[in-house]
Design a protein around this ligand. Structure first.
Ligand code: 3H9
Length: 719
């Protein structure tokens, strides 16, 4: 709803009320229409201020309404009616003015923002475009190039940048509504024609065609198949080339073409999924999200390799004091230099003063005694990690939370080294840890809800998307990656090349295909794990063929590549070749192709033509199948958790909503049928065997993803 009152004698003050972000629900839109009418009819009123309750102007259209029948007054005429008012209307922007919120502000004649406010048109991130006139008014206000940047990326700008761009007329540190009221008084009686953006022409630009061509090419390249960014460019082009009424028609047409698309549904699902992962209860009734997190004032990081350094930076950037421990003197000196550099660059980027003194470097584990939380980030080796946890248990003050940064080791084994297993959790960071958004917080069987709450809250402070997962091998993300990579290797044996597999996956929308990704992260990492598991080498199980381990198919292709010292980018050779070690441009490698041919010949395998569809189905559906197993076994709370992990940390294209959402879009019956088909062709590959939850969901009519929990009802949740 919206509230109306008269202030300072002649100013009609309209306040949008719909906590927490004053989204433009039907009631709010009706409220605006009614209060604008009141202001118009009130002869005492000479100017109007529109603000939002609770220190937030407006977070845009109500996304929850998009799925159903839209009722109430539509946005476009509502904004036109604001713009048409013959008394100056001023938007008082506190908190955020996003999407429809900024579009309302652009319909006002003046805009005043608080210094801490953020503004933007993020519709593209929801698979939409600013279709309440935003795509037509913003270019008229700030010019085509700046509007293209904001609308195609959806990025939020600070009040200072908004002022520079000309989006707002004034920025204040004071009470924004008071300043806006004063401003409104000062412009009463002014001519408003030049302030109505719909009647203002777009600033002229030479060679418009070349600009749009260049932007369209760039956008298509980075969109990886997403359609909304392309529609956004087309809408801005309409603003630049057509009169306003026709531009609005084009905006409407373009919006209609994407509004009900699968991509828009996927992106809106991702928006709510990311927020939902912060809320769930344990089967026992205990909830970590209502547990009071322990205060963390001082943290410590053990081990200053690549991961440890990134974690130190991420912690220090939240303002925490950090003890950084590395037993090797030379490594410690190098880490100190690297961390200081990263902190300095980060501070420069954020426009704040660097605080290198927050980090204290030491070689002694004893120096962590006063830390409230310790993150162990040493090499991925269970014996070494166990030893460190034993020492931490002896050194740390009572109540210290002990976390391990591991990508898949058993957190409970480490907890058993301490007297307080309830204070042990996993924190699986992704490299580089100060940049990557995802954090898996691993809930061991004995971790307390409070310990998980503390790690989750720390993740939030570090700006991470934190997802609580159960303690199984590989947790959620890496566990699902295993069948995906396994299929990719089998496809090589059957006739594919790394290029073909990567193209198929990149065509699907992944930032990087599986082989280019392996080259980037290093082939030796997985090789070491397989060696430790006793899978590598020719004669692991005497009498078994080389391409089999314990009765299931095994591809030694990646092991053989590693045996050549080809570890990927770092050695200049892997699945591809690189100009020099460390170089990023992957080039086809004739050696690899003839190696694959020789391998197939040795094993009597006849190469066949493999389609992109087969690559996508086998790689993605086995991954999805494993996701269903994880849900069934209770290691993830819901499909939203899995999808958030994949979208935030594994390069899954957001416009496809995450693997579980994607499965529901494809149709669960279809996924089941294809898995059955491939399992029949490859009976020695257990990952292809459809899991029981998938069968159960299909049997009960393939309910939509938000109803899966009713079918799962895991009797043995691990969370
Ligand atoms: C649009 O405007 C289309 C128009 O151009 C054209 C139409 C014709 N609607 O994120 P938080 C909920 S499209 C409904 O945790 P924060 C959110 O789900 C819209 N609900 O807080 C959450 O609910 P819950 C363009 C919304 O402080 C709660 O509010 N606008 C909306 O970290 C708190 O959210 C956008 O894309 C909404 N629009 O961040 C902005 N927004 O408590 C989307 C939020 O039940 N919103 N909720 O989990 C945001 O980016 C952030 O929410 C914001 C606050 C920055 C505003």
């Amino acid at each position: 709803m919206a509230q109306y009152r008269r202030v300072s004698g002649s100013v009609g003050l309209i306040t949008l009320i719909n906590p927490p972000v004053n989204a433009l629900s039907a009631k709010v839109r009706q409220g605006i229409v009614d209060t604008v009418q009141r202001a118009l009819g009130d002869s005492e009123v000479k100017s109007v201020v529109i603000c939002g309750q609770g220190g937030v102007f407006c977070g845009g259209a109500d996304i929850k309404e998009f799925g159903g029948l839209m009722t109430g007054p539509p946005l476009i005429p509502m904004i036109h009616s604001i713009e048409a008012v013959d008394k100056p209307v001023v938007a008082a922007i506190e908190g955020v003015a996003l999407g429809g919120g900024l579009e309302v502000a652009l319909g006002c004649h003046y805009r005043i923002a608080h210094a801490k406010a953020r503004l933007g048109l993020p519709e593209v991130t929801l698979g939409l475009l600013p279709a309440a006139g935003g795509s037509q008014r913003l270019p008229r206000l700030i010019g085509v190039p700046a509007a293209l940047d904001l609308i195609t990326t959806g990025r939020h700008v600070t009040a200072a940048e908004a002022l520079r761009l000309g989006i707002v007329d004034e920025v204040t540190n004071q009470n924004t509504v008071d300043v806006a009221v004063k401003f409104a008084l000062s412009v009463e009686g002014r001519q408003l024609h030049s302030r109505r953006l719909s009647t203002t022409p777009c600033p002229r630009l030479d060679d418009l065609d070349a600009l749009f061509e260049e932007v369209m090419q760039r956008v298509k390249q980075s969109a990886r198949g997403a359609i909304a960014p392309v529609a956004c460019v087309q809408a801005v082009r309409a603003a630049a080339t057509l009169p306003y009424p026709q531009g609005m028609e084009r905006e409407k047409e373009l919006m209609a073409s994407i509004f009900h698309s699968g991509q828009a549904r996927a992106l809106q699902y991702c928006f709510f999924a990311q927020r939902a992962v912060g809320r769930w209860s344990l089967p026992t009734g205990a909830r970590w999200d209502t547990s009071e997190p322990r205060p963390v004032r001082k943290a410590a990081v053990i081990g200053l390799g690549t991961m440890g350094r990134g974690i130190v930076v991420a912690l220090a950037q939240t303002g925490l004091s950090v003890v950084a421990v590395e037993s090797q003197g030379q490594q410690l000196a190098q880490a100190k230099q690297a961390v200081s550099g990263m902190l300095e660059r980060g501070a420069r980027r954020r426009g704040v003063a660097p605080q290198p003194d927050l980090v204290r470097y030491t070689q002694s584990l004893r120096d962590v005694a006063e830390a409230d939380l310790v993150i162990e980030a040493v090499f991925e080796n269970m014996a070494l990690k166990r030893e460190i946890f034993k020492q931490l248990d002896a050194v740390c003050k009572p109540g210290t939370l002990l976390c391990t940064n591991t990508s898949g080791l058993d957190v409970d084994q480490l907890a058993s080294q301490t007297r307080h297993p309830e204070l042990v959790v996993g924190m699986h960071f992704f490299a580089p840890a100060h940049v990557m958004k995802l954090l898996e917080v691993v809930y061991g069987p004995r971790s307390s809800p409070q310990a998980v709450a503390t790690a989750m809250q720390l993740g939030k402070k570090m700006g991470k998307v934190s997802v609580a997962v159960g303690n199984c091998r590989g947790f959620v993300g890496n566990r699902m990656l295993k069948p995906y990579m396994e299929q990719a290797n089998f496809l090589l044996e059957e006739g594919a090349t790394p290029e073909l597999v990567d193209q198929a996956l990149e065509e699907f929308g992944f930032a990087m295909g599986v082989f280019r990704m392996s080259d980037l992260s290093g082939l030796d990492v997985g090789w070491r794990v397989r060696q430790a598991d006793g899978l590598t080498g020719p004669d692991v199980t005497p009498g078994q063929p080389e391409r089999s381990r314990q009765g299931r198919r095994y591809s030694p292709v990646a092991d053989l590549v590693c045996e050549q010292g080809r570890f990927g980018q770092k050695t200049g050779r892997g699945w591809y070749q690189y100009e020099k070690p460390g170089s990023r441009e992957a080039k086809s490698d004739p050696w690899l192709h003839s190696f694959l041919e020789g391998y197939r010949a040795r094993h009597g395998l006849v190469a066949r033509r493999i389609s992109h569809q087969e690559v996508q189905e086998r790689c993605l559906y086995t991954m999805i199948n494993e996701g269903f197993r994880i849900l069934d076994e209770g290691f993830a709370a819901g499909p939203e958790d899995i999808d958030t992990i994949y979208v935030s940390g594994y390069g899954w294209p957001r416009h496809r909503g995450g693997p579980m959402f994607y499965a529901s879009m494809v149709g669960l019956a279809r996924v089941l049928e294809r898995l059955e088909h491939y399992h029949q062709a490859h009976p020695d590959v257990p990952y292809l065997e459809p899991c029981s939850l998938l069968r159960r969901l299909v049997a009960c009519g393939s309910p939509p993803v938000h109803k899966w929990r009713e079918v799962i009802r895991s009797p043995h949740s691990q969370l």
